[in-house]
Design a binder for this molecule. Structure first.
Ligand SMILES: *Cc1c(COP(=O)(O)O)cnc(C)c1O
Length: 377
């Protein structure tokens, strides 16, 4: 049997006709930049996330970049985030000449540890301008304490919700909990377009206006520039595709949640406790399972073994950001963030896409059990 980590083709086959009709409509209109599909999608995404405003941009990475700019982050400012996330979270901070200030994660959820955030803010109360809590793998960070401490120190909270559209924290959706939220429509995300795309969500009209201006080179009135922004817009074509896909996002998310529950129970029966830890979802959280990440012993050997049996897996992420070559200048060392470094050695993402079949999930778990010497695949 072959089980891919992600099978986008099976999803595409089901919506191909709907998508193609919209693509044709955009091409026939010859209106490719900032038209009614982008503004329509912005309204629909804002409503979906429970935020007042949404602004389409060129990627999730740019969403973070423009949100930071809108929050007034610039050269020399510090921005707190974790070292256990996709590169863009910290890369966007560094691109502005700002300084990523890393704090460790909660080892169970892989999201920012509010106590570590508090400690870092106490030591850097004058220089920190913002915090970027990442909602990793589809589960929201512990936003209650994150918001409370950020309010106390008057810093902006920018949610990196790239992996978590639709995720809930105590009934509130990702992207509507902090000052701004950043979404990615990269094809592997729960709502993916046919290339790159992203969005900034916010409840603040002022911040929404600022991001709108920044995405068109800092200009409100054409050819008059109040500040230096970027060319970072979401295409009409991508927006049209996303509007079709957004109509299916509810059932797709339910499929991911159902598959996660099924994995949990298959793993329980397989008797692998002590060898495989299934995802921990905090009380009050609804995860949208962009990834189903288990924690395992002998991770790299297991991964190779599974590849040999046709099971696709991935490691998000094998090297923490404080250990990346490009961030050497920040002066961090191995051992600075034990929870993040341990996670980087042990996490393994299994196939979890909505169309995944029960028989395939059983095969994945049986293959893992076979690796640890209990049963055959
Ligand atoms: C994907 C992702 C991003 C960046 O999104 P792009 O659209 O690929 O630029 C940022 N942060 C996290 C956590 C991501 O998973």
């Amino acid at each position: 049997m072959k089980v891919q980590l992600l099978d986008l083709a099976s999803q595409y086959r089901k919506i191909r006709k709907e998508v193609m009709a919209e693509v044709k409509r955009v091409c026939d209109s010859q209106h490719y930049v900032l038209g009614k599909n982008v503004s329509g999608l912005e309204e629909e995404i804002a409503a979906y996330c429970g935020a007042k405003f949404a602004v389409g941009v060129a990627s999730g990475s740019d969403a973070i970049l423009l949100a930071l700019m809108a929050a007034g982050v610039g050269r020399g400012d510090k921005v707190i985030t974790t070292p256990f996330t996709f590169f863009a979270t910290a890369g966007s901070i560094a691109r502005l000449g700002a300084i990523p200030l890393f704090v460790d994660i909660d080892p169970k959820t892989y999201n920012i540890d509010p106590d570590a955030l508090t400690a870092a803010l106490k030591r850097n109360s004058k220089t920190v301008k913002a915090v970027i809590p990442v909602h990793l793998y589809g589960q929201c960070a512990d936003m209650g304490p994150v918001n409370a401490i950020s309010k106390k120190y008057k810093i902006a909270v920018i949610e990196d919700a790239a992996q978590s559209i639709g995720a809930e924290y105590r009934g509130r959706r990702a992207g509507s909990i902090g000052d701004m939220g950043c979404l990615s429509f990269y094809p592997t995300k729960n709502l993916g377009c046919f290339g790159d795309g992203g969005m900034v969500t916010t409840n603040s009209e002022k911040l929404a206006r600022r991001v709108k201006m920044l995405r068109v080179h800092g200009s409100m009135v054409r050819y008059y520039h109040d500040e230096v922004g970027a060319n970072s817009r979401l295409d009409e074509l991508q927006a049209a595709i996303l509007r079709v896909k957004l109509r299916h996002l509810g059932p797709w998310t339910e499929g991911r949640i159902r598959n996660a529950g099924r994995y949990d129970s298959i793993f329980k029966k397989a008797g692998l406790s002590g060898l495989v830890a299934t995802p921990y979802i905090r009380e009050g959280n609804l995860s949208v399972f962009n990834q189903y990440v288990v924690r395992v012993k002998k991770r790299d050997e297991l991964r190779r073994y599974l590849a040999g049996l046709g099971v696709g897996t991935e490691v998000y992420y094998p090297l923490c950001l404080h250990q990346q070559k490009c961030f050497k200048y920040l002066g961090y060392r191995k051992g600075d963030f034990p929870a993040s470094e341990a996670a980087a050695k042990e996490v393994l993402a299994l196939p979890i896409y909505p169309e995944l079949k029960p028989v395939e999930q059983r095969y994945v778990v049986e293959s893992i059990a076979a690796f640890y010497g209990s049963g055959r695949p």
